[in-house]
Design a protein around this ligand. Structure first.
Ligand code: AMP
Ligand code: GLY
Length: 422
């Protein structure tokens, strides 16, 4: 069978790696891909993830058996709808279902309607009303742009004055463009954060692993937010009892609710949760695998990913089972100096060949290009080094000792990924 993965990051490298490992895979293409993905897949550097027409045409012309869409933007733009309408099988939610990530207001209303715990909230389209609401709140609030804002649309003011300024930034100054024309203002939740993933077929959800990510750029959770500087799986605070609660109190009602709304959810559903004193509460839903969470979840998956994706697309997950390795996985992201601000492109990364012999280490590429035999950094997040081991501690040690082998003065990584579990 032939596959096409859409995207160019570490998540898509992990997807190509898992697909290429299956005996069911004859060929895998990646649009556009990167230098690391090129080891697993045939990259299509001129076919960007936003070129929906081009992707549909390529899939049709090359008789692709399944298109796997990695990032949220093409999902929210309706790539899966377009492919399926053209008779091409696709893995991922439709645009209507992807609104669970594409509109925070939609997500909050869905939780409220189906009795799923989430922070108390109000939606605003009018900046004057939003500002006066923010000014009246005595407790701490969070201000969120309604639409997709590349992970930057959440503001965490600490005072009432900062909350008012956050509303102005989103709604008046246009810091998030159109995504901030509507905002959600919600109460600030206290607790431990965990990410919970499920594979969904429209009706049935199968657990797809738990993880924790590290969003801030600096050690000790300092500095600005990033797309994610590292992750580990499993998330130890999600014990068996909490797992059961999350499935029955959050996942199952949301999956049933989406179907009742006429937008049955298929694909990977990623729940960002706060484990509060009152129980697990939804911070956000994403309509896809996380990045770098995919780089710790997929290496732990023992089952073949391909039949699982077809079963989700075909609506037969109730007859399906997934097996997982007991191993823990830790991914440490290496980013270009300066990220998430401005950074230089084109610096050479040496020593990656040293990693190919190391057991239980996988070097996923996020933003690289090849120049002959040389690997060059081309993005903010550039590499994701995943270590596997019998414990999170062991997996962490493997990831960091692999990083010692990489010679890249143009990049850096956090030194405390998964340190709280040590
Ligand atoms: P998001 O981009 O939705 O993942 O939000 C970014 C981060 O903001 C989350 O990982 C949380 O740490 C934090 N956050 C979002 N909403 C809340 C909330 N209601 N209470 C506390 N922290 C929050
Ligand atoms: N690492 C966070 C995300 O993929 O949304």
């Amino acid at each position: 069978m032939k596959f096409l993965v859409v995207g160019s990051g570490g998540r898509e490298h992990a997807l190509c790696w898992a697909i290429a490992a299956s005996p069911l895979c004859d060929a895998v293409y990646c649009a556009p891909g990167n230098a690391g993905i090129a080891k697993e897949a045939k990259c299509l550097p001129h076919l960007g993830a936003d070129n929906l027409d081009g992707i549909v045409a390529f899939a049709r012309d090359n008789a692709i058996d399944l298109v796997v869409v990695g990032p949220e933007a093409p999902l929210c733009a309706g790539l899966v709808d377009r492919l399926e309408a053209a008779g091409i099988k696709a893995f991922g939610p439709t645009a209507a279902a992807a609104r669970i990530e594409g509109s925070k207001g939609f997500m909050k209303d869905l939780c409220a309607k189906y009795g799923v715990r989430t922070a108390k909230y109000r939606r605003f389209r009018d900046p004057v009303l939003a500002r006066s609401y923010a000014a009246q709140q005595s407790g701490r609030v969070v201000v969120k742009a309604d639409g997709l804002a590349a992970g930057k649309g959440v503001l965490l003011p600490e005072t009432t004055a900062e909350a008012v300024a956050a509303v102005e930034q989103a709604m008046i100054k246009g810091a998030f463009g159109k995504a901030g024309a509507e905002v959600v203002i919600e109460e600030f939740l206290e607790g431990e954060e965990a990410s919970f993933f499920v594979l969904v077929d429209g009706k049935t959800a199968l657990p797809f692993g738990t993880a924790r990510d590290h969003k801030r750029v600096g050690d000790g959770d300092t500095g600005p937010n990033t797309g994610g500087m590292g992750a580990y799986s499993p998330a130890p605070m999600v014990d068996a009892a909490m797992h059961e609660r999350i499935m029955t109190e959050i996942i199952n009602p949301i999956v049933a609710g989406m179907a009742a709304e006429g937008a049955p959810y298929k694909g990977i559903l990623y729940a960002g949760l706060m484990l509060t004193a009152d129980g697990p509460s939804v911070i956000e839903f994403n309509c896809r695998l996380g990045d770098p969470e995919a780089q710790v979840l997929l290496p732990r998956l023992q089952s073949d990913l391909i039949p699982a994706m077809f079963a989700a697309r075909d609506g037969v997950l109730d007859q399906f089972d997934l097996r997982w390795y007991d191993d823990a996985a830790v991914c440490v992201v290496m980013a270009s100096n300066g990220y998430p601000g401005d950074y230089a492109k084109g610096s050479q990364i040496k020593g990656l060949e040293n990693l190919s012999g190391i057991m239980d280490v996988i070097a996923f590429h996020a933003g690289t290009s090849a120049d002959g035999d040389r690997v060059l950094a081309q993005g903010g997040r550039v590499l994701g080094i995943t270590g596997l081991g019998g414990s999170i501690r062991e997996a962490t040690a493997r990831a960091y000792s692999a990083i010692e082998q990489i010679d890249w003065p143009g990049g850096f990584c956090r030194r405390d990924i998964a340190a709280r579990e040590a």
